[in-house]
Ligand binder design. Sequence first.
Ligand SMILES: Cc1cc2nc3c(=O)[nH]c(=O)nc-3n(C[C@H](O)[C@H](O)[C@H](O)COP(=O)(O)OP(=O)(O)OC[C@H]3O[C@@H](n4cnc5c(N)ncnc54)[C@H](O)[C@@H]3O)c2cc1C
Length: 365
Amino acid sequence: MIDHARTPGEKIRISGGGRCNFTNLYASAENYISANPHFCKSALARYTQWDFISLVDRHGIDWHEKTLGQLFCDASAKQIVAMLVSELRAAGADLWLQTSVSGVTRSPEGFVVKLEREGKPVTISARNLVLATGGKSIPKMGATGLAYDLARQFGLPVTDTRPGLVPFTFAEDRFRPLAGLAVPARLSNARASFDEALLFTHRGLSGPSVLQLSSYWQEGEEIRVHLLPELDLFAALRAQRQDSGRKDLTTELARHLPARLVDALAQDWSLQGRLADQSDAALQQLCERLHNWPLKPTGTEGYRTAEVTLGGIDTDALSSRSMEAQSVPGLYAIGEAVDVTGWLGGYNFQWAWASGHAAGTAIRG
Ligand SMILES: Cc1cc2nc3c(=O)[nH]c(=O)nc-3n(C[C@H](O)[C@H](O)[C@H](O)COP(=O)(O)OP(=O)(O)OC[C@H]3O[C@@H](n4cnc5c(N)ncnc54)[C@H](O)[C@@H]3O)c2cc1C
């Protein structure tokens, strides 16, 4: 195992706020984005969330479900890294850190990999080579496009890549005054819809519903925000009109939404007057606006903060059973380097575990 990082599994260590959302109880092919939505099925079926959970249990790591089937360590993500390193050692593998790859060539026996280790050139021969260097997300953490470059070198196509699970940005710091506020929301576009928290930030919008939708968003596209999707707001406001009609509409709206957000919307939409003065039609119109708020992001925060990279090594070039390249025996690609991207919620790690297991099992024979 060759890695140019100083320590192994850095993304695992920082994931899930330091607790690693290591899998999802409900992981299945529907939670993944790929040019071929069927490709991930075989690997996911042969190494499931339950397989990983039993590995975690065997290592005595305590965990809990947070929400929506997302499983986290009780104590620390470092336990998952330690578990994987101990499994690697138990399997008799070597882990070479701070080692960079300067070139790979084909040989009659397999592959010749030229490395730079502790400042010295080292050459190794291998029957099999697994590309597992992830995607382009967070270059500061050592992400590179090495897997894509090597795939192309060996003639495997690579689909267009772009940042996924990433906050949206907006012109003119539009949401800066609202930074820090979180509200329940349903975010949607023509292709997808997610009900989770929405967070206003200094640069735009973040939070789970935003990150999820970003993976389905195309540049220049409008998104729709449905605030308070779980609440029958029209019924609530009508009841409040009965009980506290003399209060301002905005004061009463602030019983459901943060006051700072209500103030901002009141300015944009000229909301004013007492609740008692609002007709049913006016309340209905207000609810429709809150349920169908159109917003046009100027872009995303890009690979700098994206949790994943969409696209990657074209699945058409790989066996879905073994992850081996169809045209290059002995060459495998796994994890985020492949054009399979999971939703937020432990799905990306489950893909990394499952695809790694598929390749490992095939190589061991
Ligand atoms: C902040 C953050 C939080 C996340 N949280 C979660 C979560 O809670 N749950 C979840 O399911 N997913 C999460 N993800 C996504 C998840 O981390 C990735 O999908 C997953 O780590 C991909 O695994 P991988 O092994 O394919 O690649 P990586 O984990 O990225 O590993 C690639 C390795 O290759 C090494 N490498 C890269 N280039 C080179 C090179 N040129 N030479 C040598 N070595 C190289 C890197 O140092 C790295 O160790 C998160 C991602 C981020 C950025």
